[in-house]
Design a protein around this ligand. Sequence first.
Ligand code: KIV
Length: 272
Amino acid sequence: MTETNTKRVQVTVRTLQRMKRQGDKIAMLTAYDASFAAILDKANLDVILVGDSLGNVIQGRSSTLPVTMDEMIYHTAAVARGCHRPLLIADMPFMSYRSTDLALSNAARFMQEAGAHMVKLECTDAQRDIVSALVNEGIPVCAHLGLRPQSVHKLGGFWVQGRDESAAAAMLQQARQLEAAGADLLLLEAVPASLAAEISREVQVPVIGIGAGVECDGQVLVLYDVLGISQTRIPKFAQNFLTENISVQAAVEAYVAAVKSSAFPTEAHSFN
Ligand code: KIV
């Protein structure tokens, strides 16, 4: 299907670019199976991410590091069977993009075997050439900056990133460089709201935030946090939307509406 005015037409990178230009907020959530994907689709969510957070919420692990390509392919294919409208992003797991060749072959698996429309990589300057190589092969890329959970041991924990002046300048520079390398989407995790707002203004590509304030072009949360079923403490930047709604479907619809109207996130969900 091509882009038209009907609501059920599949979301593409062009749709997301247009939404940014028009100031329409992009609503994104994670999903890991076909049944939840169908609920998200019915709620008119724009983007589904099959996150390697499945290591935490599905597998009960304390980090995302043990998640494998085969596990990600399995879950991405399941989600793809459940959804039709949202753009589907697959998260490249730890060490699956440590060289350009490996990144190309693993990203190709996501597109060919699992039905993903885009891949996400946790990025620093070091991944710029890999992003270019993927994009040159026609594979859309979401570049994940800020708190990168696959680097938790290097970062020394799950801390807000870009708080001091030099780290903020470096992140802005990385965002510009990844856009120049061809990234179609940026994702900022646990970044001060003012820095995320500056990055969102500075780049042409849509910027999705998680713990990055309300001024990003869109928002993402882990679905299990939105439903209050994560077994760990709900992060400051997340919100349980099931407490005030009578069903999973209604909770997801409330999340989409809150993102679209900029009612979520509030300052209480954001970092300085
Ligand atoms: O793996 C994941 O779910 C993510 C989101 C938290 C952005 O990367």
